[in-house]
Design a protein around this ligand. Structure first.
Ligand SMILES: CC/C=C\C/C=C\C/C=C\CC/C=C/CC(=O)SCCNC(=O)CCNC(=O)[C@H](O)C(C)(C)COP(=O)(O)OP(=O)(O)OC[C@H]1O[C@@H](n2cnc3c(N)ncnc32)[C@H](O)[C@@H]1OP(=O)(O)O
Length: 281
């Protein structure tokens, strides 16, 4: 079968062409034979989504859209973290001009990924909280390696996930499951995520996860690309439009939220907790 051959080729490490080294925090590798692009996040230690990583992600997505790749697989160069979500340092004691640019870029990058015309899949090779989960659920397919966690934990930080985070989550999970998980700020283990349908498959390694993502993308090999992409866009149009219409209001809500002293206090305590955890190990 064509898609099986595609995934074998990709996994075999077959002929790969590095077509972009321009961005500092992401790389794009397109397999010459399969035409599938692997977009890798590379911002140690945890792929925290700061302004620059979000800019590089957006520019890599644009590049993949422009070079006629047959699909996009999003993954991470870290062996244990897909993405730790938004870089909390962008929200803690922020410079308000940068904070504005940061949130606007997050909106821009999400619109590009969720609305991408090429088939998208996430090879989740590590923990994927909050913004990491947003990236994964914005893709059409998810394959995750065991012993990691994924979910929208915003309420655990005293924050509210914006409507468009919920839209991506709701494109994967039924409303009842999604509502409960968001209210709890629940992080799912790989096994739990598979059980509820937050991920589609598990894989024993990053390579196998990429292979399974490639197999998913291969299922479109015989489908008319324009018909496929317009169908996808119709499914996602209302979610995309909702943010496009409300971008300014969403930005103002975010800036208001981060300027609240109670939120700043909470973030400070949360960051301290992350650092203490490091010292204990
Ligand atoms: C009505 C209102 C309507 C709408 C609302 C409007 C606006 C909404 C407002 C706000 C929305 C905000 C949305 C936020 C979404 C997010 O993404 S918030 C970020 C959430 N992320 C997390 O909670 C993850 C925290 N990190 C971890 O759990 C662990 O680090 C992780 C499991 C990822 C990895 O663990 P481990 O391998 O053990 O690594 P360490 O914990 O040791 O971490 C290494 C260093 O990295 C630092 N770090 C980790 N995560 C982050 C992060 N997200 N941001 C910044 N820094 C991070 C950690 O402190 C360590 O730093 P050190 O080396 O000690 O300096």
């Amino acid at each position: 079968m064509l898609h099986t051959n595609l995934s074998r080729l990709l996994a075999s490490g077959g002929p790969k062409r590095l077509i972009s080294t321009v961005n500092k925090l992401t790389t794009v590798e397109v397999n010459d034979k399969t035409g599938i692009a692997i977009l890798t996040m590379n911002r140690p230690p945890v792929n925290g989504l700061n302004l620059e990583l979000l800019q590089d992600l957006k520019s890599s997505i644009d590049e993949i859209e422009g070079n006629k790749s047959r699909g996009l697989i999003l993954t991470s160069s870290s062996p244990t973290i897909f993405s730790a979500g938004l870089d909390i340092l962008e929200m803690y004691k922020p410079d308000m001009d940068r904070c504005r640019a940061f949130w606007s870029q997050l909106q821009e990058t999400w619109l590009a990924l969720y609305g991408s015309s090429v088939p998208t899949a996430a090879a989740i090779n590590g923990h994927s909280p909050a913004g990491g989960c947003l990236l994964a659920t914005s893709c059409e397919y998810r394959v995750m390696v065991p012993k990691f966690t994924i979910g929208l934990n915003e309420t655990q930080l005293g924050m509210i996930a914006p409507q468009w985070f919920m839209s991506a989550f709701l494109s994967v999970l039924p409303q009842r499951e999604a509502e409960r998980a968001l209210n709890q700020g629940r992080m799912f283990t790989t096994e739990e995520a598979l059980r509820v349908g937050l991920i589609d498959e598990t894989a024993n390694s990053k390579e196998e996860a990429i292979e399974k993502c490639a197999a998913f993308i291969g299922t479109f090999a015989k489908v008319n690309p324009l018909a496929r992409s317009l169908t996808k866009q119709q499914f996602r149009a209302a979610d995309l439009q909702q943010l496009k219409n409300g971008r300014k209001e969403d930005l103002e809500k975010f800036l208001f939220t981060v300027s609240q002293p109670a939120l700043q206090k909470g973030l400070g305590i949360y960051l301290e907790g992350l650092k203490k955890k490091v010292k204990k190990q």
